[in-house]
Design a protein around this ligand. Structure first.
Ligand SMILES: Cc1ncc(COP(=O)(O)O)c(C=O)c1O
Length: 495
């Protein structure tokens, strides 16, 4: 390990502000807590408020000090094996917006996974690129999203040789990674930059048993949320640049457009401290996390009615990977939906899962876990299973599984008439779902599970899609992102 990774230049200069005894006549107006509501101060802590200073004018004063952010970012770039790193304080969301403003061009094609996070869709609206969607593979039985097949990207680039970039999400929310080295090679054969939304993979580079991370796999640009799984504070993320296909100056200009002009110094400090810890102890901490995850996986799988999905779901997907720190617990055998199980785990057993869908509950294990937290998790699921007792079922919700299986092909053939940006700025009207056939969507409609937008803004809505949605509604499918969540009506572009 590089000796300079022992340093935390940002943290040092941030704390030094307190030692200097500076009297601030600058933001934030609470002035180190003195102007903050006392009851807030009491719960949050006066020391924390004293350290809530801005970057500019706080940690860094251009008249007096050098900028420790530059050094902290350089150290992060080295650790992640990137050419440059940008600290983000508005999450990977900012990184996705900046990436699409950098890589896209108004009206030009860009190859994007259809299972994109809403911030990638927002980036398409802001930047005006014309998406050429690739649909990830879907696990038949569970409906879980898998990897983006290299062949689908190859075909998209062959059909759109003027595409300005390729953007995929890896890992997925449920821990599946794509064959990134192959995807990178396909892009680079054509000189096309490859961007990975690695929001769910900040820990990947730090343990050999985890799937390969984006930058060492050949990605030109990646965004990763250190707040999600690496121990940094909420909202922190990193944008990483490698190779020569992305212009760092343009990317930084794009970040400056979409990120706050008042970054909190404690967020930068948290990124700096987390980078240092991952460099010094990452492998050891993640070895423990992986061991705890295996222990939890075995204990949960032994509870009658539960099934814990693991690497077997990608067994026939060459090049795909699975992050074993993710516990995807299929609760169908308890006679519950994942949503109901999550609600009861929190309400009755004091355990908060990360997310749930109709079939499963997803729990994240990180370097913040310990044997006691695993015990609490197993205890909660055991109690839930006991409560369910006689209502247990041995079979999957087969009608729903069949519906989920249909999602991929349904989405694949949607004609793109307008770009998401054109649809967003068009005059719109609201029509009943049944009358939306052949109309151009002005909003996304995303069933959860599995989270693939069945309708994206700018696409003509086909009859099969409306029928699919009607069947889904009858089966209790839930939707994310639609302005009328019941889907009685949908927003379409005015004719
Ligand atoms: C795939 C993916 N990308 C990006 C984001 C946005 O990350 P953040 O919450 O750090 O802004 C998320 C959030 O869940 C996500 O799931």
């Amino acid at each position: 390990m590089d000796d300079e990774q022992r340093r935390a230049p940002y943290v040092r200069q941030w704390v030094a502000y307190l030692d200097e005894g500076v009297v601030p006549f600058s933001t934030p107006g609470h002035k180190q807590g003195r102007g903050a509501p006392p009851e807030f101060c009491a719960v949050f802590g006066s020391r924390a408020l004293q350290l809530d200073i801005p970057h500019d004018g706080g940690t860094y004063d251009s008249h007096l000090t050098s900028d420790p952010l530059e050094e902290a970012e350089r150290l992060a770039a080295r650790l992640w094996r990137a050419r440059d790193a940008v600290f983000l304080v508005n999450g990977s969301t900012t990184g996705n917006l900046a990436a699409l403003l950098t890589l896209g061009r108004p009206g030009r094609p860009i190859v994007v996974t259809r299972a994109m996070h809403k911030s990638l869709l927002a980036g398409l609206v802001l930047g005006g690129a014309r998406p050429v969607y690739v649909v990830p593979e879907v696990h038949c039985e569970s409906g879980m999203l898998l990897d983006v097949a290299p062949e689908s990207v190859e075909q998209a680039l062959a059909a759109h040789p003027d595409a300005t970039a390729v953007a995929v999400v890896s890992p997925t929310y449920t821990g599946v990674t794509s064959d990134l080295p192959r995807l990178a090679a396909i892009c680079h054969e054509r000189g096309v930059p490859f961007f990975v939304d690695e929001a769910w993979g900040p820990h990947l580079p730090f343990h050999p048993e985890l799937p390969p991370a984006a930058i060492p796999s050949g990605a030109d640009l990646a965004v990763t949320s250190l707040h999600k799984l690496a121990g940094a504070l909420t909202q922190t993320a990193l944008l990483l640049i490698a190779g020569q296909l992305v212009d760092p100056a343009r990317l930084r200009a794009a970040v400056a457009m979409v990120q706050t002009t008042s970054p909190a110094a404690f967020l930068y400090a948290s990124l700096d401290a987390t980078r240092r810890r991952l460099a010094l102890e990452g492998e050891q901490l993640l070895a423990r996390t992986l061991e705890l995850a295996e222990r939890a996986r075995a204990a949960l799988a032994a509870i009658p009615g539960l099934r814990v999905l693991g690497p077997e779901i990608i067994a026939d997907r060459p090049g795909a990977g699975f992050d074993r720190t993710r516990l995807v617990v299929d609760v169908q055998g308890l006679g519950l939906t994942g949503l109901e199980a999550k609600r009861r785990l929190r309400r009755d057993h004091g355990v908060a899962a990360e997310m749930a869908d109709l079939v499963s509950v997803v729990c994240l294990l990180t370097l913040g876990d310990a044997p006691e937290t695993i015990e609490a998790l197993v205890h909660a699921f055991t109690a839930l299973a006991r409560e369910q007792g006689a209502q247990r079922r041995d079979t999957a919700v087969s009608g729903l599984a069949a519906l989920l299986r249909a999602t991929g092909p349904i989405v694949a053939g949607a004609p793109q008439v307008l770009t998401p940006r054109e649809a967003f700025f068009a005059s719109t009207e609201r029509v009943p779902l049944a009358r939306a056939v052949d109309r151009i969507a002005a909003e996304p409609i995303t069933p959860y599970p599995p989270g693939i937008p069945v309708v994206a803004p700018g696409e003509a809505i086909r009859r099969e899609v409306v029928e699919f949605l009607e069947t889904g509604i009858a089966a209790g499918m839930r939707f994310n992102g639609a302005s009328d969540p019941t889907l009685a009506t949908v927003l379409v572009v005015q004719e």
